[in-house]
Design a binder for this molecule. Structure first.
Ligand code: 5GP
Ligand code: MG
Length: 185
């Protein structure tokens, strides 16, 4: 079946199909709902990669919560992180005194999460936790903690379910490894 308009043909292999992802989100959402049952949660989603993940996860959390988004760029469409994190948004989300849950698509080098956590920390939140859909198993220069992790994966370039390569593949319903010849440029 070519239900994903041929995008799936660009994958070397599928790591997680949609049903597998959603089953895992049920578990993470249940854990978050238990942990925050008596605290009001403020979710800050990191655009654009976490959009699809955020939409599916938040609808599984039956708690009152606030939602904000942060737009940062660290990849510039390539395969390697540039190490520099640029905050695109002018107004920062209101975090003072709040319990913040940061959502991102993938924890790779940790540069993005560390930079955002440090920046938000200066605005006196009550707590900050991190939730990522994917975490790459690799050595990190600086340790980066994630409190909720969907799946640990090998250190390979993946696309789909919000994750892009040159802004493509975000709408692929599964997560897969892009063919080496396509990711080479
Ligand atoms: P970090 O700052 O942890 O190195 O990288 C985090 C960001 O890099 C993610 O939010 C994501 O946008 C991008 N990134 C890291 N690894 C991958 C990957 O395998 N595939 C895609 N599409 N983006 C990635
Ligand atoms: Mg991203």
């Amino acid at each position: 079946m070519t239900g994903s308009c041929g995008m799936q043909a660009d994958l070397d292999r599928v790591l997680f199909d949609q049903a597998t992802i959603l089953r895992r989100l049920d578990q993470i959402a249940a854990q978050i709902s238990t942990d925050y049952r008596d605290r009001e949660l403020t979710v800050i989603a990191i655009l654009n990669g976490s959009l699809i993940f955020m939409a599916d996860l938040l609808r599984r959390i039956p708690l009152p919560l606030r939602l904000d988004c942060l737009s940062v760029a660290s990849y510039h469409g390539g395969l390697q992180t540039s190490g520099e994190v640029i905050f695109r948004q002018i107004a920062q989300p209101d975090v003072a005194g709040r319990h913040i849950l940061l959502l991102d698509d993938i924890l790779d080098s940790g540069t993005t999460i560390n930079a955002i956590r440090e920046k938000l920390q200066t605005a006196s939140p009550q707590s900050i936790r991190v939730c990522v859909l994917l975490r790459k198993i690799k050595e990190r220069g600086r340790p980066t903690e994630a409190d909720y992790v969907g799946f640990d994966i090998a250190d390979e370039f993946v696309v789909g379910y919000g994750l892009d390569y040159g802004e493509r593949y975000r709408n692929l319903p599964c997560i897969g490894v892009l063919k080496k010849e396509l990711a080479a440029s």
